[in-house]
Write a protein that binds this ligand. Structure first.
Ligand code: C5P
Length: 396
């Protein structure tokens, strides 16, 4: 419930992407937002008000002269109650009207009368998006501090391919969550590692650790939403890249080490979430090992570099955060790791609490003591951890 108590006016304008606004309402409501839908006349040719009413649990407004508002001030009342006005899809016509301060229907009037921020997710044919008139209108909206979400490139309802597709509802939800996240890490560069590493034995076999990468990816997303510039160095995982995050895919601990060391000197914060294999195979075979060679293949192991400890030892070290996944004695082992690696903050978790799943339980150990976080979804824990990092790095 990342949007609990947030009041969002969702404006829907005329365009085929209006059907996706129905899904957007569902996602916003599921995150706890109070969603008030206002539609233009054009939108009602694509989706009915009944759909939005059922999904938002509130009456939908389309008409400036709606008799349900006792003082005939729907435009003022509805927009003044909002924390955010989001228009998705926003048609070319609607962008033009807002850019020019027009108030010729309820939604445009609400936008003009607002005292809260406005985000728009444009959706239109690619030629309309590229038209100089639309370019001018978008530039004007940006100058007026209107947030423009997208549009994406891709196949369009008209059969053409290009820029103008509305962002997907999940992507718009992500932007809305980001909008409501305090920018505790604004201006900070954050580098993090996530997932396992894979150390080859031969071209098809290897040594790895169990790690879904979910905690690291959730942290990358939360850090981005908190305003950081985020680079995520990821081992092999099956997860989508969080919006706005630069991702570098690696396989082995040595690859991860190289990718991190090339960047660590230029960042403010480094978070090592990856489950790096402690050892790699010194004598990895170029060809697949055959069983019929007789005997067990000799596998020689050599120790991998400790990426986190090396970053922490840099002359201009960033603020370093480590993870300690333990199966027992969490406090003792985590504290010992924090001292050994010489880092200000280590995040402990018991393997049985969170491995591979969506939820986890974390304990933060820093110079001020021990801070347990109650069990929660990894996305929630990620936000709490980012808040903690934001507090510890606030004055640096
Ligand atoms: O030493 P241990 O593996 O238990 O420490 C875990 C922490 O150190 C994690 O933050 C992990 O990402 C980091 N680490 C590392 N390079 C290694 C081993 C661990 O960065 N070779």
């Amino acid at each position: 419930m990342e949007l609990k108590g947030k009041r969002v006016v969702l404006g829907v304008t005329g365009g085929i992407a209006a059907y996706k606004a129905a899904e957007l309402v569902r996602l916003l409501v599921r995150q706890g937002a109070e969603v008030q839908v206002a539609m233009t006349e054009g939108a009602s040719h694509f989706v009915t008000a009944t759909t939005f009413q059922a999904l938002s649990g509130r009456p939908v407004f389309t008409d400036q002269w709606d008799a349900r508002m006792p003082n005939a001030m729907a435009h003022i009342d509805l927009s003044r109650q909002a924390d955010l006005i989001l228009v998705a899809p926003a048609s070319a016509d609607f962008l033009a009207r807002v850019a020019n301060g027009m108030a010729d229907d309820l939604l445009a009037t609400m936008v003009l009368a607002r005292d809260c921020p406005l985000l728009v997710a444009p959706a239109m044919n690619r030629q309309m998006w590229e038209n100089p008139a639309t370019r001018r209108n978008v530039a004007q909206l940006q100058a007026d501090d209107v947030g423009i979400l997208g549009p994406a490139c891709g196949e369009q309802a008209c059969g053409e391919v290009g820029a103008g597709r509305m962002l997907e509802p999940e992507e718009i939800l992500d932007e809305v969550q980001s909008f409501f996240t305090p920018k505790l890490l604004a201006g900070k560069k954050l580098l993090l590692t996530a997932g396992p590493t894979f150390e080859a034995i031969d071209p098809v076999r290897g040594i790895t650790n169990l790690s879904s990468g979910r905690m690291g990816f959730a942290l990358a997303r939360a850090a981005r939403q908190a305003g950081a510039e985020v680079t995520l160095v990821s081992g092999p995982v099956a997860l989508p890249t969080p919006a706005g995050v630069e991702r570098i895919d690696v396989r082995s601990a040595l690859d991860m080490h190289a990718a991190v060391m090339a960047r660590a000197g230029a960042v403010d914060i480094f978070v090592g979430v990856a489950a790096v294999a402690d050892y790699r195979v010194a004598n990895a075979a170029d060809h697949k090992l055959k069983k019929d060679l007789g005997g067990v293949p000799p596998i020689e192991l050599v120790e991998n570099p400790d990426i986190l400890a090396e970053v922490a030892a840099l002359a201009e070290a960033p603020f370093c955060v480590g993870f300690a996944a333990e199966s027992r004695n969490l406090d003792e082992y985590a504290q010992a790791k924090r001292r050994k690696k010489n880092i200000p903050l280590i995040v402990g978790n018991l393997i049985q609490d969170g491995f591979g799943g969506d939820d986890n339980r974390l304990v933060l150990f820093d110079e001020n003591g021990v801070h347990p976080l109650p069990p929660a979804a990894k996305s929630v824990l990620a936000r709490q951890l980012i808040e903690h990092i934001g507090q510890l790095t606030g004055n640096k």
